[in-house]
Design a protein around this ligand. Structure first.
Ligand SMILES: NC(=O)c1ccc[n+]([C@@H]2O[C@H](COP(=O)([O-])OP(=O)(O)OC[C@H]3O[C@@H](n4cnc5c(N)ncnc54)[C@H](O)[C@@H]3O)[C@@H](O)[C@H]2O)c1
Length: 368
């Protein structure tokens, strides 16, 4: 396990720092993984999850923090990649003492890691964490925070989808296209709103009836598929995975190919179930908008909050996802590689070039 931290068997040389946090009195068990500070303090959320084993918790922290380095780099942020996991069931184990103990460990890193919300943690939790550390963002509006990040996440995904439509059909609009949204939770339901407004025919699916009913109440014209398999088989032009990770398996890509779907662009993190799926998509002529590129609206929002949140400024930054998505497609076509690989290369290029600037000595900054 330690060799994975130090980079054995990985292409990117491993992680900078991984901190195991244990507070005996509150029972906190957390792992803070800093993948890279090449571009600045490592920013990434805190996942509160009942991992079956500590190894799985560590593996998740390593994967997620690495993903944040790439997401933050491509979003043009001066922030590196990190992520934390708290081991436990948020419904039972989350309380003030646990969150504040966690905040003290974040504070102990003195700004090398900045935390925020993720699965199992909410803006109100970050307000509690903030009682022990100033290195926290994604806070509630009552405490000067930006609040719900899913609004800009959905807006960013919509920009990525418009760019994909432009690349595929020549026009940056989903008007007249059939778009399937799998998962209409916080992000998915806002995305449906953008699509309906743009003139798309929208079909949704969700395991939660409440989530489906909420979308139908706001947009009665939206169709509903029984499940993801039915959605994929329904002849979509665009598939938007907005539920859990791993949505793009060999089976789902086969179904998309059989149905003639042209574009995959959605909010879910880690959509590619295993390496090689991105190649399969490309070979079937399905344009894949890389997940961490198009879903970066949320991190753009929490990063903006660090300097004092301004919604219009953050929205303007999220609008750039349109241009970056087009740039990735152009680079992918020029290099004959899948867009997912082109995105990785562009993120790595920025990390390399910007971190190299530190070779220019700034005498006042003794340790930069
Ligand atoms: N919230 C953000 O700002 C943000 C930012 C970046 C990425 N993401 C990613 O986007 C995805 C959605 O995030 P969210 O905040 O909307 O989460 P959410 O929990 O609010 O919504 C997810 C929805 O997916 C549904 N779902 C779960 N399993 C399903 C299945 N098998 N089939 C269909 N529906 C299913 C759930 O019932 C829920 O309604 C996640 O992968 C998340 O990591 C979210």
């Amino acid at each position: 396990m330690l060799s994975r931290v130090f980079g054995a068997g990985t292409e990117d040389g491993g992680h900078e720092q991984v901190v195991l946090c244990h507070d005996r009195s509150s029972g906190l068990k957390a792992i803070i993984a800093i993948h890279s500070t090449a571009l600045g303090p490592a920013l990434g959320g805190t996942r509160f999850f009942p991992y079956p084993t500590e190894e799985e918790a560590l593996q998740d922290a390593l994967n997620l923090s690495r993903g944040m380095s790439y997401k933050n780099a491509l979003a043009g942020l001066d922030l590196g990649g990190g992520k934390a996991v708290i081991i436990g069931d948020p419904a039972q184990d989350k309380n003030e003492a646990v969150l504040r103990a966690y905040g003290r460990f974040v504070e102990s890193l003195r700004g090398r890691y900045v935390t925020a919300c993720d699965v199992g943690t909410y803006v109100q939790d970050m307000d509690v964490v903030a009682r022990e550390t100033s290195f926290v963002t994604g806070r509630s509006p009552e405490h000067g925070g930006a609040g719900d990040s899913s609004i800009l996440t959905a807006f960013g995904v919509f920009q990525g989808m418009r760019a994909s439509a432009r690349a595929r059909w020549g026009q940056p609009t989903l008007r007249g296209k059939r778009v399937g949204v799998a998962g209409v939770g916080k992000v998915g339901h806002y995305l449906v709103g953008h699509l309906v407004e743009d003139g798309a025919t929208v079909v949704v699916t969700d395991v939660s009836e409440t989530a489906v009913n909420r979308v139908r109440a706001a947009h009665p014209e939206v169709g509903v598929a029984a499940d993801t398999a039915a959605l994929l088989a329904s002849g979509l032009d665009v598939y938007a995975p907005c539920a859990l990770g791993g949505a793009l398996t060999d089976e789902t890509v086969g179904a998309l190919g059989a149905a003639g779907t042209a574009i995959v662009c959605g909010a879910a993190n880690n959509q590619l179930a295993h390496p090689g799926v991105e190649k399969d998509l490309a070979e079937r002529g399905i344009l894949y908008a890389p997940d961490y590129l198009v879903n970066s609206g949320g991190v753009i929002q929490v990063a903006d909050e660090i300097e004092g949140f301004d919604f219009d400024r953050a929205k303007k930054k999220a609008t750039r996802i349109f241009d970056t998505t087009l740039e990735i497609f152009t680079r992918a076509a020029a290099d004959g590689i899948p867009p997912a690989l082109a995105a990785d290369r562009l993120a790595e290029k920025r990390m390399r070039e910007i971190s190299a600037l530190r070779s220019v000595l700034l005498p006042a900054a003794r340790r930069s």
